[in-house]
Design a protein around this ligand. Structure first.
Ligand SMILES: [Zn+2]
Ligand SMILES: [Zn+2]
Length: 332
């Protein structure tokens, strides 16, 4: 924070528009908050849903970004235990009320009065951001670019995997940022991965096989085996009935995204035999406490493409078209 009290940020002024590069005031941490100097911020598909207006309640003008890796630069009053310079990550779940029925029953991901980083509070597409102290994760020192995708793609992928229970034959539909992290953990746990990509996307299929998938193919192809669980990360509703058909009796389809196109009608017979369809919403802090050590144990390596902060619009375009492998990460 030497000298200037201003920072560069990429700002969404209205849904449907491109982000605008701006100089804005560096925010001041209030009680219970910390100021974080951003080292890297991942670009998540959810950011596209916010930009496109599919998520309808952004706090405009908004600085997006909820895969923030940074270091503590200043403390609000009453903040203890996080020395200046501590490496931290800031996830999507920015704050919860702590008192609603969901918060009181270990389902804070469903809190009635939540705040979400880079959506209802400003996020990490900037040189600095504010976070609530109780909602940051201390991270080990290491390459912040490779850590950034863990903060959402990794966490949501992990939460999706927990919904699959002990499933051994695991289908993954949409092989992007979340899948490439999750696949490494699932392989390390001894599960078999069946990767379903866009039809004809042989590059993504090769990528999946390189990460240990036993099979990779187009998503319209029937699964070569009956799956125990199907995790869907592509925002395409028609994959839900398709994935149901790939399941064994009693299997589960887990929808990992925050937004999806409509799910077409399908015969009840495809759901019959105790197959299930569930969604995953947000994350809990307990997910992070379980996930980050697991990612270290499994020696997860993220594949990233780094962009300078002021090229955020290009990074978003590339996430939209799938013209990159792994995850996009912005560097301030
Ligand atoms: Zn709550
Ligand atoms: Zn995300």
């Amino acid at each position: 924070m030497s000298g200037s009290d201003q920072m560069r940020a990429m700002v969404l002024e209205r849904a449907g528009q491109r982000l605008v590069s701006k100089r804005v005031h560096i925010p001041r941490p209030q009680a219970g908050q910390v100021l974080i100097r951003v080292l890297a911020c991942g670009v998540c598909r959810t950011d596209l849903h916010i930009l496109d207006g599919e998520l309808t309640e952004p706090a405009l003008p908004l600085i997006p970004g909820h895969e923030v890796v940074g270091e503590i630069a200043a403390l609000g009053t009453d903040v203890l235990g996080l020395p200046i310079g501590t490496r931290v990550g800031v996830p999507w779940l920015g704050h919860t009320c702590g008192t609603c029925a969901f918060c009181q029953s270990a389902q804070e991901n469903l809190c009635d009065l939540p705040l979400f980083t880079g959506y209802t509070i400003n996020g990490g597409y900037a040189e600095y951001c504010i976070a609530h102290t109780d909602f940051v994760f201390p991270l080990p020192r290491g390459d912040p670019v490779s850590q950034a995708p863990l903060l959402c793609a990794g966490l949501i992928g992990y939460r999706s995997l927990t919904k699959a229970g002990t499933a051994r034959r695991l289908g993954i539909y949409g092989f992007g940022a979340a899948a490439h992290i999750l696949a490494q953990i699932a392989r390390w746990q001894g599960r078999d991965i069946y990767a379903f990509t866009r039809d004809g996307d042989t590059q993504a299929q090769d990528f999946a096989r390189a990460l240990g998938a036993v099979w990779a193919g187009g998503s319209s192809a029937p699964s070569p085996v009956a799956l125990d669980a199907a995790l869907i990360f592509a925002p395409i509703g028609s994959l839900v009935p398709k994935a149901l058909k790939d399941l064994r009796k009693g299997g589960i389809v887990v929808c990992g995204g925050i937004h999806m196109s409509d799910i077409p009608a399908f015969p009840y017979a495809d759901l019959w035999q105790e197959r299930q369809i569930v969604s995953v919403a947000n994350l809990t802090r307990a997910d992070g406490e379980a996930f980050f050590p697991l990612a270290e144990q499994a020696q997860v390596k993220t594949e990233t493409t780094a962009y300078p902060l002021d090229r955020a619009n290009q990074a978003l375009d590339d996430v939209r078209t799938g013209h990159l492998q792994g995850a996009a990460v912005l560097l301030p």
